[in-house]
Write a protein that binds this ligand. Structure first.
Ligand code: SRM
Ligand code: SF4
Length: 572
């Protein structure tokens, strides 16, 4: 690294005076947008400068901002939810809240002059946006189920503990957005030093998720660092640690790839948060700071190999790293409908189409959720599947909740089957500057068509993970799904097949550059052969894997066409 020039973003971070830059001056100026260096610093504050791509005219851009919250494990109080709902009504461009695939909220279309007020009001509600984006530890994910068991309690505790241990310490955030006040529970005391991150922070983003063997909804193998508590005799025995997962890649670039995390070993539960901190520190010290396309932990691990990485970890740890413990087959849970918590209370999961909480002429989920929060005061939990759980309720309250959902025409549970239930799409157009194709806006009609095709074969109730993204960056975690559509150019997608609900296997490229209108025709031969030749209960991904691939464990998926040579195999 010493001989390589640092990237422009590294220079911007170094010169930002711990993320201050000239953000304050630009906020109060007449400028319509921020400059390159401030755009980088703003991300650490949870803010993306975007433009409305529907309204782009040549070089003229209609600037606006996206704000992302940091909500470890996706949890918030009813009061906090109500504050977020209210902010969405007053400041977003379409009165919507967007639940992200990492259990946070995004607010789109914020105008520059309301940016500061929006974030200030979030902080007033004790919801932070600091480190929701940027080259730091991102929002820590955890199994969303509010179940009263040692494993679930540890899971929630770890999300908070890791978030607190790895929160930036800069005073810039509160100086700029909330007049120097310090408020939120999982933050460090503010300081002008960054004892852990230093002046250039991490080489790139870092993501952590805590799963349970019975619930891998956090897609633990896709995290830079994943934790899996292992239960023996009802107690937590150890916590497994995975390192080096990540999904972002670039079309046809073989040196970029999606990768599943590798087992590092296991640690005592009380050491798990420190184990994550050590992994982050290795990335901080050795990650690539010259080429941002290769600046993720997965590339460092591929370069070093696990043996060297493990040795470095052991060298830094003041606690024991033991063998990885086989967690057994992982499962995906979504907790839709009524569930027992185990403490006499109940929680209820509501499916949200692509995470977009918005009222339409057909259904009013946003109003319904607002009423649920205001009248029943549940704990609110955002799920890794872009849906929402309302927790800590009595049986009577669950009935009231169901009545409110019905009154507002929120889609009934029995109409959310197989392929729809586990579907996810990223926002893409018109807000995402990196989108090559539509995603959230075109996905619903694709899901309708696929659902019809499966129903014709009697397969409509089969659980299938179906995901769409507007580019290969992987924001809706496409490469671990049974089927995924990844945008290549407007209305054209690469189709991936062969992941599975457990999230522990990568898909392969099944068909390249398929027009949106031809997606179902392309998948039909596979559906037909699955219907005819599947083993009992065999999922689509497992069937494809058994019949059409060579059965080698798929832990890496590169962006090269050569490495994805399963094209047209089902058709022949
Ligand atoms: Fe993402 C960049 C949206 C989860 C990989 N992601 C973006 C940006 C900020 C575009 C940008 O950089 O200008 C997108 C904003 C779009 C918009 O208009 O809102 C964006 N990512 C999202 C969200 C909102 C998708 C969603 O449907 O919910 C998710 C926000 C999560 C959160 O709350 O923090 C989101 N992004 C992910 C995930 C999935 C995950 O983390 O579980 C991934 C794949 C895992 C990974 O990181 O490898 C992901 N996003 C990326 C990448 C590729 C990074 C890479 O290593 O190459 C980018 C591009 C980048 O960072 O330069 C990106
Ligand atoms: Fe944007 Fe691509 Fe992420 Fe979709 S996958 S939100 S298009 S960066």
């Amino acid at each position: 690294m010493a001989d390589k020039k640092e990237s422009k973003v590294e220079t911007a971070k170094r010169q930002s005076n711990q993320l201050r830059g000239t953000i304050e001056q630009t906020l109060v100026s007449d400028a319509v947008c921020f400059d390159h260096d401030d755009i980088q610093a703003l991300k650490f504050h949870g803010v993306y400068q975007q433009d409305d791509r529907d309204r782009r005219a040549g070089r003229d851009k209609h600037y606006m901002f996206m704000i992302r919250t940091k909500t470890p494990g996706g949890r918030m109080t009813a009061e906090q939810y109500l504050a977020m709902d209210d902010l969405a009504r007053r400041y977003t461009w379409n009165n919507s809240l967007r639940i992200t695939t990492r259990q946070a909220f995004q607010f789109h279309g914020i105008i520059k002059k309301e940016l500061r007020q929006t974030i200030k009001e979030m902080n007033d509600a004790l919801v932070s946006t600091l480190a929701a984006c940027g080259d730091v530890e991102r929002n820590v994910m955890a199994s969303p189920a509010p179940i009263d068991s040692p494993a679930h309690r540890l899971n929630r505790h770890l999300a908070d503990e890791i978030a607190a241990k790895l929160a930036p310490a800069t005073g810039a955030y509160h100086e700029i957005w909330s007049d120097g006040e310090k408020q939120v529970r999982h933050e460090q005391p503010t300081d002008n030093e960054e004892p852990f991150y230093g002046e250039v922070y991490l080489p790139r983003k870092f993501k952590t998720g805590v799963a349970l063997p019975e619930d891998n909804s956090v897609d633990v193998f896709t995290q830079d660092c994943g934790l899996v508590p292992i239960i023996r005799d009802g107690q937590i025995a150890r916590v497994n640690v995975l390192v080096g997962g990540g999904l972002g890649m670039t079309h046809r670039k073989a040196d970029t790839f999606a990768r599943l995390g590798s087992p590092l070993g296991s640690v005592a539960p009380e050491d798990a948060a420190d184990a994550v901190k050590i992994v982050v520190s290795i990335f901080r010290d050795h990650g690539n700071r010259a080429d941002r396309r290769h600046a993720r932990l997965k590339y460092l691990i591929e370069e070093w190999g696990m043996e060297k990485f493990k040795a470095e970890f052991v060298d830094r740890a003041e606690f024991a790293l033991s063998e990885w413990i086989d967690p057994g087959p992982m499962q995906l849970r979504d907790y839709l409908g009524r569930n027992e918590q185990g403490d006499g209370k109940f929680f209820y999961g509501v499916w949200v189409e692509n995470g977009r909480v918005i009222d339409t002429p057909q259904a009013r989920p946003k109003t319904a959720f607002r009423r649920i929060a205001a009248e029943l005061k549940p704990t609110v939990i955002l799920t890794p599947g872009q849906s929402i759980l309302f927790a800590d309720m009595t049986a009577d309250q669950i009935e009231q909740l169901q009545a409110i959902l019905k009154e507002h025409n929120v889609r009934a549970l029995d109409t959310i089957k197989g392929v729809r239930r586990y579907s996810m799409a990223c926002p893409a157009l018109p807000t995402c500057g990196l989108a090559l194709a539509e995603s959230e806006r075109s996905f619903p009609s694709v899901v309708d068509e696929i659902e019809r095709a499966l129903a014709d074969l009697g397969l409509e109730d089969e659980p299938i993970t179906l995901r769409m993204t507007g580019c290969p960056n992987g924001c809706a975690r496409p490469y671990t799904a049974d089927i995924a559509f990844v945008g290549r150019k407007p209305e054209v997608y690469d189709v991936y097949v062969g992941g599975r609900l457990a999230g522990d296997r990568l898909a392969v490229l099944y068909a390249e550059q398929v027009k949106q209108s031809e997606i179902v025709a392309k998948l039909s031969p596979l559906f037909k052969s699955w219907a005819a030749d599947r083993l009992p209960d065999e999922t689509l991904g497992d069937f494809f894997d058994r019949l059409y691939t060579d059965g080698r464990p798929r832990t890496i998926l590169t962006g090269s066409k050569e490495d994805q040579a399963y094209l047209k195999v089902v058709e022949s």
